[in-house]
Design a protein around this ligand. Structure first.
Ligand SMILES: Cc1cc2nc3c(=O)[nH]c(=O)nc-3n(C[C@H](O)[C@H](O)[C@H](O)COP(=O)(O)OP(=O)(O)OC[C@H]3O[C@@H](n4cnc5c(N)ncnc54)[C@H](O)[C@@H]3O)c2cc1C
Length: 436
C-alpha cells in the first residue's frame, strides 16, 4: 500500500465532492469483497451490485487515491503497445478478435456509465489523437489507423494541414483520430463511480486497508482490516500499481512506473482558439509519453517521464513549460499552477493482466497507461466472471501472477530501458529542427 498523497494535484483541487465512505468498523459478511477503489474496483462493484450481488469495497485511503485520481484523463479505446493485428498474431484469430472487440467498446462503456449515472466529470467524447512526431513514425501510426479501420472503428487519418488545425501545432506530420475517445476529469469520474456503486447497493469503505487475506475453511475468504473484517465467497483485488504484499505475486505482476503531470494557469480565450480548439486530447507517437489536454477551465495539462527521475516541483514544471513551448510556441510564457505524479502499472509484454491465483480470488491490473477505458471494462468483466461467466467466453486470457523478474530492480531497469526512446525522440527532434 502506498501512503504518499499527490501534493498539489489539479484534480484534487477541482474535483466534485466525494461521497461519504466511512471506514469499516466490525465484522460483516458479503458475497464479494473488492480491495481497491479505483476504476477497476468501483466498476466491478457497480456491475456486481446491480446484478443483485452483495458487495463491499475496501479502500486503503479514499476512492481515487491511486492512479484513478491522478491520471491525465484521456479515454482511449486501444492498447498502447499492440494493435489489433498484433493481438491476432499473439492470440490467434478467434481470441485475438474477441479481445479486439472488447477493447473497441471500452470508451463507450466509460461514457455510457457517465451518462447512465449522470456523473459530473467534464466528460467530452470529442475524439483522441495520436499525432505523428517524426516521419519515421508515419507508417506506424497509419498502420494502427488502418488496422482499426478494417474492424469498423470510427477512426480517421488526418493529413498535416488538418492536424495543424485540430492540434494547433505545426510540430506534427499527420495524426490518427479515434472518434470514440475523449477526456474526463479523472478524480470526479472516480467519485461518480463511487456514488454509483453506493446507489447500486454496494458498501464502500475508505481508510480501510486490507491487511490480511486468509482462505476460509470450507471455501471463501476472510479479509482483515484494522478495525474489522469481511468474510466473502469471492475477493477481487483491484490494487494495480498501488498493490502491496496482501497476496503473493500481485504486486510482482506489474512494474509501478512513476510519471509526472503538470497544469498551467488557465490560458486566455485567444490562445485557446488556436490550441486544441475542439478540446480533443492527444498522446503523440514519441517513444516517451507526450500528452496534452485542457481541463474545464482552460488549463493545459501535460506530463510524462523524466530522464533523471527527481520529480521535484522545479524539474516537472520546467518539463511542462518546455513541452508547451516546443509544441505550441504561440502560447508564449506560461506559469505552471499544479504539479503532481502517480504510478502507472506496466507489464513486461505490455498486455493487461487478468488473474485467478486461487479459487474465488480474482484480479485485474496492468493497463500500461490506458486504464480509464480498460480498467472500467476490466471491472465489469471481473464482475461477470465472479457471477459465473465461462472462462472460455472471456475476451482476455487468464495469466499467472508474477512475471516481472527481479521485481525489486524492475523500476530502475525500466528507466534504463527508456533511454533509447529518449535518444530516438531527441534525434527526431534534432532532425526536425534542422529541416525547418
Ligand atoms: C500520471 C498518470 C497518467 C495517466 N494517464 C492516463 C490517461 O490519460 N488515460 C488512461 O487511460 N490511463 C492513464 N493512466 C493509467 C490509469 O490511471 C490507470 O490505469 C487506472 O487508474 C488504474 O485503475 P485501478 O482501479 O486499476 O487502480 P488505482 O486507481 O491505482 O486504484 C488502486 C487502489 O487500491 C488501493 N489499495 C492498494 N492496496 C490496498 C489495500 N491493501 N487495501 C485497500 N486498498 C488498497 C489504493 O489506495 C488505490 O486507491 C495514467 C496513470 C498515471 C499514473
Amino acid at each position: 500500500m502506498d501512503t504518499a498523497a499527490p501534493a498539489s494535484s489539479l484534480w484534487a483541487a477541482t474535483a466534485r465532492p466525494a461521497p461519504e465512505t466511512p471506514p469499516l468498523i466490525g465484522e460483516r459478511r458479503a458475497d464479494v469483497a473488492v480491495v481497491g477503489a479505483g476504476y477497476t474496483g468501483l466498476s466491478a462493484a457497480i456491475h456486481l451490485a446491480r446484478a443483485g450481488t452483495d458487495v463491499v469495497v475496501l479502500e486503503a485511503r479514499q476512492p481515487g487515491f491511486g492512479a484513478s485520481g491522478r491520471n491525465h484523463g484521456q479515454v482511449i479505446p486501444t492498447l498502447g503497445a499492440h494493435g489489433p493485428d498484433d493481438l491476432v498474431r499473439r492470440l490467434g484469430p478467434e481470441k485475438g478478435e474477441r479481445m479486439n472487440d472488447w477493447i473497441a467498446g471500452t470508451a463507450d462503456l466509460v461514457f455510457g456509465l457517465i451518462e447512465e449515472f449522470d456523473i459530473d466529470c467534464d466528460a467530452l467524447q470529442v475524439g483522441w489523437l495520436m499525432p505523428v512526431d517524426s516521419p519515421a513514425r508515419q507508417a506506424y501510426v497509419e498502420g494502427r489507423h488502418d488496422q482499426w479501420a478494417a474492424r469498423g472503428a470510427q477512426v480517421r487519418m488526418l493529413d498535416r494541414r488538418e492536424t495543424a488545425e485540430m492540434v494547433g501545432s505545426t510540430a506534427y506530420y499527420g495524426a490518427w483520430l479515434h472518434e470514440r475517445g475523449g477526456n474526463i476529469h479523472p478524480l470526479s469520474y472516480t467519485h461518480g463511480l463511487a456514488r454509483a456503486a453506493l446507489a447500486s447497493g454496494a458498501a464502500v469503505h475508505g481508510e480501510t486497508p486490507a491487511t490480511r487475506l486468509l482462505p476460509r475453511r470450507g471455501g471463501g475468504w476472510r479479509v482483515e482490516t484494522p478495525a474489522g473484517a469481511v468474510e466473502a465467497e469471492a475477493v477481487i483485488l483491484a490494487t494495480n500499481a498501488y498493490s502491496d504484499a496482501l497476496y503473493p505475486g500481485i504486486k510482482e505482476s506489474v512494474v509501478p512506473f512513476r510519471l509526472f503531470l503538470g497544469a498551467t494557469r488557465p490560458l486566455s480565450d485567444n490562445v485557446r482558439k488556436s490550441v486544441l480548439p475542439g478540446r480533443q486530447s492527444l498522446s503523440d507517437s514519441r517513444g516517451v509519453l507526450w500528452p496534452f489536454r485542457y481541463d474545464r477551465d482552460g488549463r493545459l495539462v501535460t506530463g510524462g517521464d523524466h530522464v533523471l527521475p527527481l520529480f521535484s516541483r522545479e524539474q516537472s514544471s520546467r518539463a511542462v513549460i518546455e513541452r508547451i513551448r516546443h509544441n505550441f510556441p504561440q502560447v508564449g510564457n506560461v506559469e505552471v499552477e499544479y504539479v503532481w505524479d502517480g504510478k502507472v502499472a506496466m507489464t513486461m509484454d505490455r498486455m493487461p493482466r487478468y488473474l485467478e491465483p486461487a479459487p474465488g480470488l480474482f484480479a485485474g491490473l496492468g493497463y500500461n497507461g490506458r486504464g480509464i477505458a480498460l480498467a472500467t471494462a476490466m471491472g465489469k468483466l471481473l464482475a461477470e466472471r465472479v457471477r459465473g461467466l465461462d472462462e472460455a467466453e472471456m475476451p482476455i486470457a487468464k495469466q499467472k501472477p508474477g512475471g516481472v523478474p527481479l521485481h525489486g530492480l524492475a523500476v530502475p531497469l525500466a528507466r534504463l530501458a527508456l533511454i533509447p526512446y529518449f535518444l530516438r525522440d531527441f534525434r527526431a527532434a534534432f532532425s526536425r529542427e534542422k529541416r525547418s
